[in-house]
Design a binder for this molecule. Structure first.
Ligand code: SME
Length: 155
């Protein structure tokens, strides 16, 4: 958690930048801008992507990082599918120790998946991987849950 605390930018600043970046944009263009703001603000976020729920599957939308083989994930599969089914944030501190994990990169150590909901239903999620040994803490959860609420209005 130490690293998460030391290089965490101010949450309000990141959210203001996010809101500004997506203002006047909708859909893929807004999601792309959101991914760019989060990736740039927090270098610890090695891979940042947004999945959208389409017909019972999570479909990969805009992302920054290495291409992922998991472009479509059924609800219930992987950490992403679990977060969508359970409709709450999941933080995995050691992806190799979590049997749900679907590998995207051999370097990944941590993953956080934050559902994006509208009217009480999950419509997508923010998925972030980090290659660092200690990547995500309470501040990341707060930032990303608030970011998800902002992004929800653009989907
Ligand atoms: N690790 C995810 C799959 C998506 S890639 O990390 C981009 C999972 O277990 O659902």
């Amino acid at each position: 958690m130490e690293r998460a605390m030391t290089d965490m930018p101010d949450t309000e600043t990141v959210l203001t930048d996010l809101a500004r970046a997506i203002a006047g944009k909708q859909g893929t263009e807004a999601l792309q801008a959101a991914v760019e703001v989060l990736k740039r603000a927090i270098p610890r976020y090695t891979w940042v992507g947004i999945y959208l729920l389409e017909g019972g599957e999570l479909v990969l939308g805009p992302y920054l990082g290495k291409p992922s083989p998991h472009t479509r994930i059924p609800i219930g599969k992987g950490v992403c599918g679990a977060a969508a089914r359970e409709a709450h944030t999941i933080i995995v501190p050691d992806v190799n120790a979590d049997p749900r994990y679907l590998a995207c990169s051999l370097e990944t150590r941590w993953e956080i998946v934050v559902p994006i909901s509208r009217d009480g239903s999950v419509i997508g999620e923010i998925d972030i991987d980090s290659d660092l040994p200690s990547a995500f803490g309470a501040a990341d959860r707060e930032l990303l849950e608030r970011a998800a609420a902002i992004i929800a209005g653009k989907i």
